[in-house]
Design a protein around this ligand. Structure first.
Ligand code: NAD
Length: 257
């Protein structure tokens, strides 16, 4: 309880999956949570459920690839909750599964617009508020595929590699402002994104595909959304006050080989 009390926490992609768990755990730990997403019904319902439990929470419809909308929503969240202290750049898409010799420019750009420019825009417009607050924590969701290669979805992997080094660059650029920036690298976590990815990859028996993908991890199974959310809470809280520019792999040992 209260690990992020007094902090305004913006979570992008907060309606479903990992982002939803991050919003729930940050709210339980005393944070005021600003939920950004495109799924309005789920986002509004989550904000209402968090308020019913006594948290401060509000949902904003924000496409993170739209800079003007990002800026407006961050400024509104800062005004409503009193500054911005934590940004969880979680919104992301897996996008086209096409290989490099097949993918179109439009398909490539669609992934980079959300996964890379979305991270840029949210950080860009949160940082002035964090400077004004005397510091902050930015947590960028990369992937195991921001750390190691894999023979598929090149647009997604490129985007997650970019997020990893954007995190380190910003960690160095804003350390003097007491803004910490770290990346989180999940292994496979069972969410709508992964279910969609398995279907798009041609899997017909989803339960069997889920088990097979889980066995790629030394611990023998996929992770759960809270496995990531608790890492995010740690990086959001002052428990990690000496941690910046770090890569937190939460991956059942996938990248330890
Ligand atoms: P998900 O698809 O289940 O949920 C993503 C959320 O982001 C959805 O609510 C969606 O509406 C929202 N979103 C998508 N595009 C958006 C946009 N333009 N603006 C605002 N919101 C948008 O995904 P997830 O599995 O929970 O993944 C969350 C993050 O974790 C992503 O960045 C993903 O790349 C990363 N990740 C996931 C896994 C995994 O196995 N699930 C592994 C590694 C990294």
């Amino acid at each position: 309880m209260n690990r992020v009390k007094g902090k305004t926490c913006i979570v992008t992609g907060a309606a479903l999956g990992i982002g939803r768990a991050c919003a729930e755990r940050l709210a339980e730990e005393g944070g005021a949570v600003a939920l950004f997403d495109l799924h309005d019904a789920e986002g509004e319902a989550l904000a209402a459920a968090l308020r019913a439990k006594g948290a401060r929470a509000r949902y904003w419809h924000v496409d993170v690839s739209n800079e003007a909308r990002v800026k407006a929503a961050i400024d509104e969240a800062a005004a409503e909750f009193g500054g911005v202290h934590v940004l969880v750049n979680n919104a992301g898409i897996s996008g086209s599964t096409k290989l490099t010799h097949e993918i179109t420019e439009q398909e490539w750009d669609q992934v980079q617009a959300v996964n890379v420019k979305g991270v840029l825009f949210c950080a860009k417009h949160a940082i002035p508020h964090m400077k004004a607050a005397g510091g902050g924590s930015i947590i960028n969701l990369s992937s195991i595929y921001g750390l190691v290669g894999a023979p598929d979805v090149p647009a997604y992997h490129a985007s997650k590699g970019a997020v990893r080094l954007m995190s380190k660059t910003d960690a160095l650029c804003y350390a003097a402002d007491r803004i910490r920036v770290n990346s989180v690298h999940p292994g496979y976590i069972w969410t709508p994104m992964v279910e969609h990815h398995l279907q798009a990859s041609g899997a017909t028996d989803i339960a069997a595909a889920r088990k097979a993908v889980g066995e790629l991890h030394p611990l023998g199974h996929m992770g759960e959304v809270d496995d990531i959310a608790w890492g995010v809470v740690y990086l959001a809280s002052d428990e990690s006050k000496f941690v910046t520019g770090a890569e937190l792999a939460i991956d059942g040992g996938y990248t330890a080989r």
